[in-house]
Design a protein around this ligand. Structure first.
Ligand code: ADP
Length: 408
């Protein structure tokens, strides 16, 4: 089965092709046979193209054509021609899976995309303006390029559909619940993948484990997972709630917004931009949203960079504490995504605060660029795993399962 996975964002579109035997899914993520990335620069007319294959072929180009659809056509043509060719015809692709950030209350599982699904994704664009329109554009472009191919939406909210009402409902007006204003949670594809992978690495039944998964990338969120289900998470109605992130504030007192609107002449657009784009590590450090840059500035004695680090760690620890009490105990703590996978110092700082639980991180293992490895000491009461999140593979797995279901 040839599965194309598309992951469309506001400034990039990632795609990859998996070839999987029809009979069984491999137990671990295989390498995609082809990966393509389009990065849109500030000047929207220019796109940076980056293609690699599992045989080591590469293509890097800047192209100046005028629409995301044209970019997608360009990049898909690298599947069937030139040095990065891996298939003869695009019609060999059996299914296209899309990461869709928001599925709302109606879509609690992955689905085959129909006109109704497209309408729902479009209607949810006002809550996920950075992501849902980009996913829809990708779906419509694939319809034009590949015609009748089966397309599947895999939602980042779906894994959190099991949140109990007490965790999901905001203590505002009860009418909000009917209006769909509630905690949805995001990064669900990653939290689900990492919890399943953790159980696999430990050789234990997922249903028997209490896990906290820390997805720390540009966006950051935690999930509390019990019996394989998400029972609490830090992101909310939008991906703005919860932890401090690269350029997003995470949770702040909503009274601050009222104050800024009432007394400081802020517009809604300004607030949106500030909270989503210029806050978090970037806002406090004044340096960058990238933790690596913030860390360099700390080494040079920059006090704002140090403050940004301290707030990030404080909020991460508080968030873990909140998930811990929702779970009523902890068996496994998982770190994943750019920061979670690559920053031993953040892992160390988060774990230090949990020593009272008997959780002990192995200093050496933590330093050794662990991938899918347990970095707890042998006498730790909680396992601590670093897992490379494989969202594209998780989407491909959903596609395989749905297509197999259809075929039966
Ligand atoms: P996204 O959320 O966009 O998918 P990633 O999961 O790739 O992003 O995370 C990107 C972030 O990971 C970067 O902004 C950077 O802060 C962080 N990161 C990557 N490598 C390191 C590292 N070696 N040390 C600290 N942070 C890192």
């Amino acid at each position: 089965m040839k599965i194309l996975v598309l992951n469309a964002g506001s400034s990039s579109q990632k795609s990859c092709l998996y070839e999987i035997a029809d009979k069984t899914l491999p137990s671990q993520a295989p390498e995609p046979v082809w990966e393509g990335k389009v990065n849109w620069t500030q000047n929207q007319d220019v796109a940076e193209i980056d293609v690699t294959t599992n045989t080591g072929k590469k293509l890097q180009e800047s192209i100046s054509i005028d629409s995301p659809e044209a970019h997608l056509i360009y990049i898909l043509n690298t599947l069937i021609g030139g040095a990065t060719k891996v298939i003869d015809r695009l019609s060999e692709i059996d299914v296209v899976g899309h990461r869709v950030v928001h599925g709302g209350r109606d879509y609690q599982n992955s689905v085959v995309i129909t006109e109704d699904v497209k309408k729902a994704i479009a209607n949810l664009s006002n809550i996920a303006p950075e992501h849902n329109p980009a996913a829809l554009a990708g779906i419509e472009a694939i319809e034009k390029i590949l015609g009748e191919v089966t397309q599947i939406a895999v939602f980042d909210t779906a894994f959190h559909a099991t949140l109990p009402d007490a965790a999901a409902i905001y203590p505002g007006l009860y009418e909000w619940v009917e209006q769909g204003i509630r905690r949805y949670g995001f990064h669900g594809i990653s939290h689900e993948y990492c919890s399943a992978r953790a159980a696999q690495i430990l050789g234990q039944d997922l249903a028997s484990l209490r896990l906290i998964t820390c997805h720390l990338g540009n966006g950051c969120s935690l999930a509390a997972i019990k019996n394989g289900h998400s029972i609490d998470t830090t992101m909310g109605f939008t991906p703005l709630e919860g932890l401090m992130m690269g350029s997003r504030s995470g949770s702040i007192d909503p009274g601050i917004l009222i104050h800024l609107l009432r007394y400081c002449n802020y517009s809604v657009e300004q607030l949106d931009r500030i909270l989503n784009k210029t806050s978090g590590l970037r806002g406090i450090s004044g340096i960058s949203s990238d933790l690596r840059e913030v860390t360099k500035a700390i080494a040079q004695g920059n006090p704002r960079a140090k403050l940004a680090w301290d707030i990030y760690v404080h909020r991460l620890r508080s968030g873990i504490g909140a998930m811990l009490t929702s779970l009523g105990g902890l068996d496994v703590l998982v770190f994943t995504a750019g920061v979670g996978e690559n920053s031993p110092a953040i892992r160390q700082a988060a774990c230090e605060a949990l020593g009272f639980l008997g959780l002990k991180i192995d200093f050496e293992k933590n330093q050794q660029q662990p991938v899918d490895v347990d970095i707890a000491t042998s006498d730790s009461t909680v396992r601590i795993l670093v897992i490379h999140t494989q969202e594209d593979w998780a989407i491909a797995q959903h596609c395989w399962q749905i297509l197999k279901g259809i075929a039966q």
